[in-house]
Every structure is written in structure tokens, then in C-alpha cells.
Design a protein around this ligand. Structure first.
Ligand SMILES: Nc1ncnc2c1ncn2[C@@H]1O[C@H](COP(=O)(O)OP(=O)(O)OP(=O)(O)O)[C@@H](O)[C@H]1O
Ligand SMILES: [Mg+2]
Length: 202
């Protein structure tokens, strides 16, 4: 059974939780491996192409998803038009996605993409806030986590940090537990600690 409860999602191969894809792959391990290779390439390409004037706006965020996964998925770069939840967490309703997304990215722009937060603790707090907003938004059909972490890693890089090290929280349940707190209780404290632990100056 799919781990998703969807209104009805057009993106999965019937009766599976494997997304329809341009290579017609039906093996989820293989698909995951290809996704992760595409993600690795995107980390390289995008980190080489950002600079102090890059606007980390909604267009940039959507383009990250599109450019990273368009060779594999038709839904790359498209916001979902179905409601989605995982476990007991209901993500932003599809009808409010555009408005909510604009609110978050406008706020981030007003915050100058976090350029003024020089102290690690303060930077981790602000980045956790925006990351939690994007977790709750869950705008794409799939690959939300990996793209929003890439997005936050690129913001970290322009602020003089390395990519955030999530190794202590992604391979176990800690990142999901932190996400549940964000979506269900608007509590970013666990996520903030994860990001703080993973922050290293370049
Ligand atoms: N029960 C839950 N409650 C709230 N948020 C959740 C829950 N389960 C997962 N999430 C969030 O959804 C993200 C996964 O979304 P999605 O499957 O679209 O992205 P992904 O890149 O395929 O996954 P992952 O982040 O696991 O690599 C997680 O990173 C987490 O932030
Ligand atoms: Mg997924």
C-alpha cells in the first residue's frame, strides 16, 4: 500500500508508489539510484552557478526541481494540484499553495536570503524557520525533501557555510520527527538543532 494518502494522484504507476517516469523504470531501487545521481549533478551545477547576487526566490526554487528532474519526470517543476498528507500530517491544501508559496518566498527575500545572520545559532534558527515552512508547503508531487534541502544548502553556501550535514538525522527517523513537529505543531526546535549540528563554516 502507498504511504501516501492522496485525493488522487496522477503521477504513480497504477497500484504502486512508483512515479511514472520517462525511462519506464518500474524498479524503485533503480529509480532511487537515478534520482540520487541527478541530485548529485544538481548539487555540482547549482553550487557553481550561484553568487552573492543570486535571488533565492520562488522561480529559483521551482527551477531547481525542474532542472534536476526534468529528464526523468513530467511533473518536474510543477506544483501539485491534489491535496497530500503523510501519516497524520496534512500539507498545505492545494488551493492555497500558490498564495502560501508567495508569502514564504516574499518573506525570505525581505530577509535578504539570511545574509545578515552571522552567528551560527541565529542562522540555524532562521534557516530552520524557512525550511519548516517549505516542509509544510510540500509543493511538488515528489522529491520535496531533497529539493528543499538542496535549496537550503545553496543558501548556506552563499552565507559562507558548507552543505549542511544531515547524516545524523536523515538515515533514521529524526528528520521525520522534526518534520512532524513543524507540520503539526509549528515547532521548529528539533529541526533547528539538526541544522545547527550540521552547520560548518567553509
Ligand atoms: N509524517 C510526516 N509528517 C510531516 N512531514 C513529513 C512526514 N513524512 C515525511 N515528511 C516530510 O516530507 C519529506 C519527503 O517528501 P517527498 O517524499 O516529497 O521528498 P523526497 O525527497 O522524496 O523524500 P526524502 O526527504 O525522504 O528524501 C521529508 O523530507 C519530510 O520533511
Ligand atoms: Mg519521496
Amino acid at each position: 500500500m502507498s504511504k501516501y494518502q492522496l485525493d488522487s494522484s496522477p503521477i504513480y504507476i497504477d497500484g504502486t508508489d512508483i512515479p511514472k517516469n520517462k525511462l519506464n523504470i518500474q524498479n524503485s531501487d533503480l529509480l532511487h539510484e537515478i534520482e540520487n545521481n541527478l541530485l548529485k549533478e544538481a548539487y555540482q551545477t547549482f553550487s557553481q552557478n550561484i553568487n552573492a547576487t543570486t535571488k533565492f526566490n520562488e522561480e529559483f526554487f521551482i527551477n531547481l526541481h525542474k532542472k534536476t528532474f526534468e529528464s526523468l519526470y513530467d511533473f518536474a517543476g510543477a506544483y501539485r494540484d491534489v491535496n497530500m498528507s503523510k501519516g497524520d500530517s496534512q500539507f498545505c491544501l492545494a488551493q492555497y499553495l500558490d498564495k502560501e508559496s508567495k508569502r514564504i518566498f516574499n518573506e525570505l527575500e525581505k530577509n535578504n536570503y539570511l545574509k545578515k545572520y552571522k552567528d551560527n545559532k541565529e542562522f540555524a534558527n532562521k534557516l530552520a524557520y524557512y525550511q519548516s515552512e517549505l516542509i509544510a508547503l510540500h509543493p511538488f508531487y515528489e522529491l520535496n525533501g531533497r529539493i528543499l534541502r538542496l535549496f537550503c544548502d545553496l543558501i548556506a553556501v552563499t552565507n559562507g557555510y558548507k552543505f549542511i550535514d544531515y547524516s545524523g538525522s536523515i538515515d533514521n527517523e529524526k528528520y521525520i520527527e522534526a518534520s512532524i513537529d513543524c507540520v503539526q505543531y509549528a515547532d521548529i526546535s528539533k529541526l533547528e538543532q539538526i541544522i545547527f549540528n550540521g552547520l560548518k563554516k567553509d
